[in-house]
Ligand binder design. Structure first.
Ligand code: UT7
Length: 321
């Protein structure tokens, strides 16, 4: 018993912000951003995380009857509210009135891989047959536009897929984490309001903060290790893999991964130039793009891989059906 991806979908916000647009508000320049990251533009959402997630879900469900879904799992660290969750809102927005479970999980930029593994485990254990998995982040809401080292990197978006029971498809999944001893990626909670009975720090700023070069080194090391571990575990070699669909953080990380794994750069897919880093959404957006372009043919082997705050990492090895 395994799972297969029945359909994919995505939502890209309309507001496009180029490197030149950023130049007009901070001390940066197009050449630095392109050279150090490969990013040319990013998209910013104007409404909500739930709106983006719902649009991606509708796209993924255009060929699926939503009444056949058994569960909805949303990966995000930028929900509109803690309660209701983004997944609760997606369920309502899709018009599903059956009492199916819907919940969010947060594993920073690796969230979509974690959510995929949760859905896969539910299905292979026989609990559910069909699960909607969404990755969405509204990063621009948490950017400090006075911090040029982070604000130029991120964008907003959502991607989704429907996973269902099948004889083959998903071959293996790995998720894991290492301690972030240097606090290299943080986004603090800003809702620590005063309480008459306890004294506490009531600092309310909650910007995304990152020690870029620490994270860069982690990303390069962990992507290489995770993919190699997955291949060894399944008696495969890099030559057996048709495409790697990685988290889109920086073109230099993707190039370095392709070099160390000895994968042709054409097989390390990328759209970071158009959307920047969309966190939990980057893998499913790129997967949907590859699917809609017709790149993914039956029998091809594909690796989905991500890394991020926490520190977290994860990968999925699958055969496209
Ligand atoms: O999704 C989570 C995973 N995230 C990641 O994987 C991100 C990983 N990190 C990175 O992608 C890179 O570390 C960055 C793109 C964030 C930074 O690139 P870098 O090559 O590590 O640059 P740096 O931080 O070492 O900075 C080099 C120089 C500095 O100037 P000095 O000190 O050499 O004079 C920075 O002040 O570049 C300067 N700089 C900028 N200049 C123009 C930093 N940001 C900018 C900017 N525009 N936006």
């Amino acid at each position: 018993m395994s799972t297969r991806i029945v359909s994919t979908g995505s939502y890209i916000p309309e507001v496009k912000v180029s490197n030149a647009d950023l130049e007009s508000i901070m001390d940066t320049n197009d050449e630095w951003i392109r050279k150090r990251t490969g990013i040319e533009s990013r998209r910013y959402e104007d409404i909500s995380t739930a709106r983006m997630a719902t649009e991606a879900a509708k796209d993924a469900c255009s060929t699926v009857d939503v009444e056949t879904l058994d569960c909805i799992v949303v990966a995000t660290y930028t929900p509109d509210s803690f309660i209701p969750t983004v997944a609760n809102q997606v369920k309502a927005n899709l018009g599903i009135t059956r009492p199916i479970p819907s919940f969010d999980l947060n594993a920073a930029c690796s969230g979509f891989i974690y959510a995929y593994q949760v859905a896969h485990a539910y299905i292979v254990s026989g609990i559910y047959k069909k699960v909607l998995v969404i990755g969405v982040d509204f990063n621009s809401r948490y950017m400090n536009f006075e911090d040029r080292s982070t604000s130029i990197l991120f964008g907003d978006g959502a991607g989704a897929l429907v996973l269902e029971t099948s004889d083959k498809g998903t071959i293996d999944t790995i998720i894991g984490g290492e301690d972030d001893i240097n606090e290299s990626i943080t986004m603090k909670n800003s809702t620590d309001y005063s309480n008459p009975f306890v004294e506490r720090d009531t600092k309310k700023e909650s910007y995304f903060e990152m020690k870029g070069s620490d994270v860069f080194k982690y990303a390069v090391r962990i992507m290489d290790k995770t993919i190699k571990d997955l291949l060894v575990k399944n008696n495969l070699e890099t030559n057996d893999i048709d495409y790697v669909i990685s988290h889109q953080a920086n073109q230099r990380i993707l190039d370095s991964g392709a070099r160390s794994l000895k994968i042709d750069t054409k097989r390390m897919l990328s759209n970071v130039s158009k959307y920047g880093n969309t966190s939990s959404a980057s893998v499913p957006i790129l997967l949907d793009e590859a699917n809609k372009k017709g790149l993914l043919q039956s029998g091809m082997k594909v690796i989905l891989v991500a890394f991020g705050g926490g520190l977290t990492y994860g990968a999925v090895l699958l055969e496209w059906i």
